[in-house]
Each structure stands twice: as C-alpha cells, then as structure tokens.
Write a protein that binds this ligand. Structure first.
Ligand SMILES: Cc1ncc(COP(=O)(O)O)c(C=O)c1O
Length: 443
C-alpha cells in the first residue's frame, strides 16, 4: 500500500512519463569504451628497487638504488644553508611580487653557476633562462622547445644515460638516437667510439651531454677530451644540451664541475643547459631547477625566453614558490652561499671516501677482479659491472638492493655498511670473472 503511494507521488513528480519513472528504478547504465586500450605502464626501475627494499625486514638491508644524497648514517639530510635560508624567508612565501623578483634572481644566480660568475654572455643578455621544475622539468621544457622549432631533429642521448631522458624526449615527441659513451671492459669512456658517432651524426644535430658525474656510469671525459668534443661540435655545427643534475658531486668544486660548459662557452657555441638543485642542495622534494639557452644575441634571448614561458604556462602554469625562495636566498646571500659551497664539498668528499673504502675492502678480501673503476668513476654513481644475476643474488641472499644494470648509488654506502657490502659483492662475484665484462642497458 505504502509502495503504491510512493510510486504515485513519483509518477506525478516525473510529469507522468513512464520512461523517466522506470529509469529511476533501474541502475544507471555504465559508461563503456573509455581507457579500454590502456595497459599498465612499465614500472620505473628505481621505484621497483625502493619497494623491494622497503618490504625487506632484514636489519642489514642496504638501498643502493636511491639517487639522492644520504649522510654516513644512511639518512637524508637538510643542509645548514637550507636551514639558514628557511629562517630568512619565514613567513614571506605568499608574497607574489616578491616571488617574481626571486625567480629572476634564481635564474641569474643559476646561470652564473653554470657559465661562470663573470661570463661575458651574462652582461650581454644572451641567456634565455627560466625557473624549471627541477632537472626533469628543465629537460622537458627544452625538449618541448626543440620540438617546437626543430620537429624533424632527433636528440642524441649517450648510451647509457639516465633512463628518464628517453621518457622525457619520447613524451615531447622528439625522435631519439644514441651515441656510444661507455666502455664495458675498461668501465671508462669509449672516447674513440663517441668521437665516431659525433662525426657520423648529420651536421647540425642536437646532443645531450652530462657535463659532470654522468648518470649512471660515473664516467666523465677529461678536460682534454671535452676540448676535442667541443672542437668537433664546432666543425659539425652540433647543438650541445648540457644536463647538469649533480654540479659539485664529481669534484666537490662547483666551478670545476662546470668545466665542460665553460669550454664550450669559450669556443663560442650556442648552448642549452638544465640545472637541478635536488641533489646538491638536498631539495629533491621542492623541485627547483633552471633551464637556459645561450642565444646569438639579446634580442633572440628575449624571443626564446618568451617561447619557453609559453610552453611552461601551458604545461603547469608556474612553479611552486617555497623552494624558489630557498634557493634564491642561498645563492644571492654571500655568507649562505659560501656555507653551501662548503657543504657540497663535504657531501662529495664523503662519497669519495666511500669509493675508496669499498674498493679497499674488496681488494682486502682477495677479490680476483679489478675494482679500480670504483675510484676512477666520479659523482654519486658507480657503474659496478655487476650483472643482473649478481644483482638478483645480492638482493635475495644479502638484502642489498640496486638497479639491475649494476649501478650503485654511492650515497647509500656508509662507514658501517661498507664492509658488509664488500663481503656480499665478493661472494656473488668471486667465481664469475667473465660476467663482469658484459655490457648492460641503463636505468
Ligand atoms: C642526469 C639526470 N638529469 C636529470 C635528473 C633529474 O633530476 P631532478 O630530480 O632534479 O628532476 C636526474 C635525476 O636523477 C639525472 O640523473
């Protein structure tokens, strides 16, 4: 009876329409045909390593996958210069006008780090620079700029390179080529092959170069080799795009680590550059970086900057302010900057000490293998030569985690875990000399 009354009320409410009334009682039809052709995207290799590490309950576990700095207790750090900058900017991050000013100062100070404090091109106004979402965002902005103006030109990436380079230029729809870089037997630079590939690329190609602390190999060209590369680029009219994510981590000295860029600058190249403060300021989560393009003259720089601004505006609007304020405060205050310079050196030196300790421990154990490359390579990573099988055994039997290309993040090595790590590496490699000459793809 009650039900009949309810239906009656609804019938009247629906204006006497039978169709509308029955729709009320049936479940709404499910929308179909959306996203059906989407399959799961490949997992980022580093995420997989982190997940496996977190799931492991063994107290001796070591994470050598992470690409960010850790102190000698394996902990992430907040630099004192960052603490000082935090105190200085307390309460001012919502001042929009101030943020615009700070963004200009961030770019001004960043390009000084890359091209040199007194570089003439700064005074000439030939640099088109923009704050970017850390190093990744800087690469993406440049990739978009490349596609906008040179859609037919591929990007030449070193083989191997940071795996996300492939993703960034793929998503910007820029065709990709690679050039030879690493020599798996010497575990150093394959300079002759690199030179061949640079020579054989069509004139006027775009190349991505890691100016220091190459990820994942830890192998950088020498000063002389950089000079030769720069000369060749000049002859071929290639465009160098430097991705500098680890300035200071190779030598401990910010200027020394920018040497490749300075050489190209001296030789009169036009240059692109991505900079990140994720590692050398320990600001990974704040996503602060800079992208710059050295142009032919100031007029061109204004044009190029306006194009990059338009690209950024359509992709993410504008970057967050807090990290910007931190970095620009550190870089523009001489005292805080000199503290940062010292802290970069401390981080780089700790990594160098861990390289020495790991190599010495392996040698003391009587390893039949040559581990010189651990101390020859520089920066955050050691391209160990460990095979995917070794890496799997290290995880399974020793709770030591790294990417399957055998890349060791030296930041994960500490005074207290280095001998355990050496023992583990020795155990999985001592009968497998041959496998250590295999070439791997990178992550
Ligand atoms: C070579 C290289 N470029 C760029 C990046 C991106 O760094 P960010 O965290 O600043 O985006 C990384 C980070 O791993 C890198 O290794």
């Amino acid at each position: 009876m009650q039900r009949r009354i309810v239906i009656n009320i609804m019938w009247r409410f629906m204006g006497g329409s039978f169709t509308r009334l029955t729709r009320c009682f049936s479940t709404s039809p499910r929308a179909v045909g959306w996203w059906e052709n989407a399959s799961p995207a490949a997992k980022d290799p580093i995420t997989g390593v982190t997940e496996a590490f977190l799931a492991d309950t063994n107290p001796h576990k070591i994470n050598l996958g992470v690409g960010a700095y850790r102190d000698d207790e394996g902990k992430p750090i907040v630099l004192q210069c960052v603490r000082n900058a935090e105190a200085k900017i307390a309460g001012c991050e919502f001042l929009e006008a101030n943020a615009t000013e700070m963004a200009s100062s961030l770019v001004e100070e960043s390009v000084k780090l890359a091209y040199g404090e007194h570089a003439r091109v700064l005074k000439e106004g030939r640099l088109a620079g923009l704050q970017a979402l850390s190093g990744t965002g800087a690469c993406r902005l440049f990739a978009e700029l490349q596609r906008r103006f040179y859609p037919e030109l591929p990007i030449y990436l070193p083989r191997p390179t940071w795996s996300n380079h492939h993703n960034v230029w793929r998503d910007a729809q820029v065709p990709q080529r690679t050039f030879q870089y690493y020599h798996p037997v010497s575990k150093g630079l394959n300079f002759a092959a690199l030179v061949d590939d640079v020579k054989n690329a069509p004139d006027g190609s775009v190349f991505l170069l890691h100016p220091c602390a190459h990820n994942p190999t830890g192998v950088d060209p020498t000063e002389e080799q950089w000079r030769d590369i720069s000369y060749l680029f000049k002859v071929k009219n290639h465009f160098p795009f430097f991705d500098m994510a680890y300035q200071g981590f190779a030598s401990g000295d910010l200027d020394m680590d920018a040497q490749a860029i300075r050489i190209f600058l001296e030789d009169g190249h036009l240059i692109g550059c991505a900079q990140s403060f994720a590692k050398n300021m320990g600001l990974y989560g704040h996503r602060v970086g800079c992208v710059s393009v050295l142009c032919a003259d100031a007029k061109q720089a204004v044009v190029v900057k306006s194009q990059m601004q338009q690209i950024a505006r359509a992709m993410y609007g504008s970057p967050p302010v807090h990290g910007l304020l931190l970095v620009s405060t550190i870089l523009s205050d001489p005292q805080t900057k000199s503290l940062w310079v010292k802290e970069v050196k401390v981080m780089a030196n700790r990594i160098k000490r861990m390289r020495t300790a790991l190599r010495e421990n392996l040698e003391k154990l009587g390893s039949p293998l040559n581990w010189e490359h651990i101390t020859n390579q520089v920066g955050m990573f050691c391209f160990s030569g460990l095979t995917p099988d070794h890496v799997d055994r290290l995880a399974r039997e020793f709770h030591v985690y790294m990417t399957r290309d055998g890349r060791i993040s030296m930041a994960g090595v500490t005074t207290s875990n280095v001998s355990y790590l050496a023992d583990a590496i020795h155990e999985v490699t001592k009968h497998d000399e041959e496998a250590l000459n295999i070439c791997y793809t990178s992550h």
